[in-house]
Design a protein around this ligand. Structure first.
Ligand SMILES: [Zn+2]
Ligand SMILES: [Zn+2]
Length: 171
């Protein structure tokens, strides 16, 4: 496999993103490399270009990062210790990043994760690239009949219909 890929990246705050060449990430233990089939575009991809450093650096965003948070693709390579997938499996990636360890994640309410201000495509490397790295395989959803080239928006625009803030009810 070649070791460079094209990616659409925000190189600095309040600048226009650019298509640049960057390294294809290598999955380390517990990580998974995805070959991107398609990535939906979201209005927030535009607002991210305008966000001031003072607003987003304190919540953990770092430049440069690759945009794109509505990601579909195929399993390319599994890091050591990852099971349940094989190369070529069609998948989508959960759009709302979650840590898997906080009080809410442990209750299964990953949509309320306390450590999710940065995620793939918003402060971390996302899917507007040939490949994207997933550091939490529990954020990978295997597809049955859907085409990964077009299923990505279901993870963001599609799941918005479920209204995250109403899912958690303390009563
Ligand atoms: Zn979005
Ligand atoms: Zn969490």
């Amino acid at each position: 496999m070649q070791n460079k890929m094209k990616a659409y990246r925000l190189l600095d705050w309040q600048t226009k993103p650019k298509i640049v060449e960057t390294e294809i990430p290598e999955p380390e233990r517990g990580e998974v490399l995805i070959k991107v089939a398609g990535n939906g575009l979201c209005h927030s991809d535009i607002s991210m270009q305008q966000m001031p450093k003072e607003m987003v650096e304190p919540i953990g965003w770092k430049v440069p990062f690759t945009l794109g948070h509505e990601i579909g693709g195929w399993i390319e390579e599994l890091g050591e210790g990852v099971t349940g997938f094989k190369a070529g499996d069609p998948v989508v990636l959960v759009s709302s990043y979650f840590c898997g360890n906080c009080e809410y994640c442990l209750k299964g309410q990953t949509n309320n994760c306390e450590n999710a201000a940065a995620g793939r495509g918003y402060g971390m490397n996302g899917g507007l690239a040939e490949y994207v790295l997933v550091d939490k395989p529990q954020q990978i959803i295997k597809l049955d009949k859907l085409d990964p080239a077009t299923a990505g928006p279901l993870t963001d625009a599609g799941s918005t219909s479920y209204h995250p803030s109403s899912v958690y009810c303390p009563n």
